[in-house]
Design a protein around this ligand. Structure first.
Ligand SMILES: [Zn+2]
Length: 391
């Protein structure tokens, strides 16, 4: 029998289908083909590879809670399996196997993106106990949680009142993987050294992992730019539209809260930092557009955080024609700004000590991480941290 060469390690990875946003979000009903770094030869049914495996519980299962922890050893549904070509993109949406493969692909995709920023493989924070992360892709439970060695995904209620598996919601999965990445890189504080800012920074980082990972979808980037006619400034005022279209990551990131305006609740307290990072990304995107002669230099005169509606309309008109003329160059400028911010964030995580963590220390670490990059970027971070009262 001839050898099936498609299953050999080619270094190209394996094809999966991922929805950039939950499929009930208008405009995102079609999944995108994504290459996961694991070769077909190293993938088992489940799917399962060296980093992650899926176990789809067949009977009602309670969410994990100490001391009830992985591995799950009960009855499971048949695992998702590769097609004859070794890839997983043949599995039909709407099936149990698709949901399992989707959860696996979304986790793997986020890992691939952040390992690329880090420049090395990530070691799970639970590596002493478990080699792989266990995913339970579909629980009858209106919640999702990640913990020591596991990610469990329940169901969410959609705007139509129906329930949808969280396993199809890239945003939720990326946020949870974001927490796991941060635990791996930064660890946990000693009991007495825990601060509210540690919790808030975790939430901000998880949301930024979700946002920056979403911006790696070809269709995600294009839809976003098309919707705002190339002018991300409008996202600040288009919160309402973003809300309707369901891009939660952008809705959260595009906010104008300062540190003195939020409560100590971790999600609320995370918003000024998330906002400062997002504004820096937008500032940098504009700077690149102007630098490359793709947009009117007046774009730089606009303060991202505080602008006048009439001026914004005039600028959108300018950006809109520039965007229509060069949509792919706008897209590559946004990708570059995304990567510059992603690299700085990943570097800052590795520098931070979780004990007695505070936002001013975090801001200093971000600025130090940005130092070897573009001076523009460092200045952008600094201005935004000051405006947010973080520095
Ligand atoms: Zn969270």
């Amino acid at each position: 029998m001839p050898r099936d060469e498609s299953k050999e390690g080619t270094g190209l990875g394996t094809r999966f289908l991922i929805y950039p946003q939950a499929p009930h979000v208008p405009g995102y009903a079609t999944p995108e083909t994504v290459w996961i770094s694991t070769d077909p030869a190293s993938l088992q049914p489940g799917p399962s590879d060296a980093r992650v495996y899926v176990r789809d519980a067949a009977l009602a299962k309670d969410p994990y809670e100490f001391p009830y922890l992985p591995p799950f050893v009960g009855l499971t549904h048949p695992p998702a399996a590769a097609g004859p070509d070794g890839h997983f993109d043949h599995i039909q949406p709407g099936t149990r196997e698709f949901v399992a493969a989707h959860a696996f692909a979304a986790v793997s995709r986020v890992l691939d993106i952040w390992e690329s920023y880090l420049g090395r493989p990530l070691v799970w924070h639970f590596a002493e106990t478990y080699e792989q992360l266990e995913i339970i892709p579909w629980l009858d439970w209106e919640n999702a949680q990640s913990g020591y060695g596991f990610l469990e995904l329940g169901v969410e209620r959609g705007p139509d009142g129906r329930t949808y598996p969280f396993a199809l919601n890239f945003d939720t999965i990326a946020h949870e993987v974001g927490h796991a990445i941060l635990f791996s890189l930064m660890g946990v504080p000693e009991d007495l050294a825990y601060t509210g800012d540690f919790g808030a920074f975790h939430e901000a980082s998880a949301d930024l992992v979700s946002l920056l990972s979403f911006l790696h979808f070809d269709t995600g980037l294009e839809r976003l730019l098309r919707r705002c006619h190339g002018n991300l400034l409008t996202l600040n005022e288009l919160n309402r539209i973003v809300e309707l279209t369901g891009e939660r990551q952008i809705r959260l990131a595009s906010n104008s809260r300062r540190l003195s305006e939020v409560t100590s609740e971790v999600h609320d307290r995370s918003r000024p930092f998330t906002g400062a990072m997002f504004d820096t990304l937008v500032d940098r995107f504009h700077a690149l557009l102007v630098e490359e002669g793709l947009a009117d230099a007046r774009l730089l005169d606009i303060d991202v955080r505080d602008f006048d509606g009439a001026l914004l309309d005039r600028l959108t008109a300018l950006t809109a024609s520039a965007y229509r003329a060069r949509p792919f160059l706008f897209k590559s400028a946004l990708a570059r700004a995304r990567d510059e911010v992603g690299l700085v964030l990943a570097r800052a995580w590795r520098m931070l000590d979780p004990d007695h963590l505070s936002f001013d220390r975090i801001a200093v670490a971000v600025l130090e991480s940005a130092l070897d990059g573009e001076p523009d970027l460092t200045a952008g971070f600094e201005a935004n941290f000051r405006w947010r009262e973080i520095l």
